[in-house]
Design a binder for this molecule. Sequence first.
Ligand SMILES: Cc1cc2nc3c(=O)[nH]c(=O)nc-3n(C[C@H](O)[C@H](O)[C@H](O)COP(=O)(O)O)c2cc1C
Length: 215
Amino acid sequence: MSRKIILCMSIIMCCVVAAGAAWADVKLPDPKRGGGDGIFGLLEKRASGTRGDFPKNDISLDELSTILWAATGLNRDGKGWTVPTAGGKSPYVKIYAVKPDGVFLYDWKEHSLVEISNKNALGEITGDGFVKESPCVLVFVTDAGDLGSMASLNAGNSLAYIATGAMTQNIYLAADSLGISGRYMVSFNGDGMKNELKLRDGETPLCIMPLGKRQ
Ligand SMILES: Cc1cc2nc3c(=O)[nH]c(=O)nc-3n(C[C@H](O)[C@H](O)[C@H](O)COP(=O)(O)O)c2cc1C
């Protein structure tokens, strides 16, 4: 093989490797802000997906966009969030989406997903079979450092847990309106979570919520 051909092949290989390693952040489509089932009907139906027959069907990017926005997106023309926060502070609970195609952090400012890795980490973050098979598992992570002057009121992550309760209840209702089931869970693999989400010291996973579309 001539040296020119070897050089060309090396350049092509470098490009392929570089492309494979490229970060793939995802700008989310606009969330659904109208229509759907009424709030009182949703409250009447609200339920967790059951462990025995948790739905496994895929969730579209439009649906994920709406669910993340319901959980902690900007509302009121960008002046507030869909959940209350202590002292009106910016959200201090982050949401990661762990999917077969990678691990992503929800950026509420940009309404986008920031890629943390392109690995399927579902097997590392949970030992629960139905969670591993879920098309999307949301992970709620707090960092006491994000609370600033409110940190002293956050004993036992109380402020963060309150926020997580509001976020997950919004998800239950918005997801159900889209025909999607979720389940609030505190059982997960903490060490695997720390590694796969690349969490820093002080960042604490509080709970997970597998999601799956019903037929
Ligand atoms: C604080 C909390 C922790 C939970 N942890 C788990 C869990 O680790 N594993 C699980 O399968 N379900 C978990 N659940 C889901 C509950 O088991 C479920 O909500 C309960 O059975 C009531 O069902 P419902 O949501 O349909 O009313 C948890 C729920 C809450 C509120």
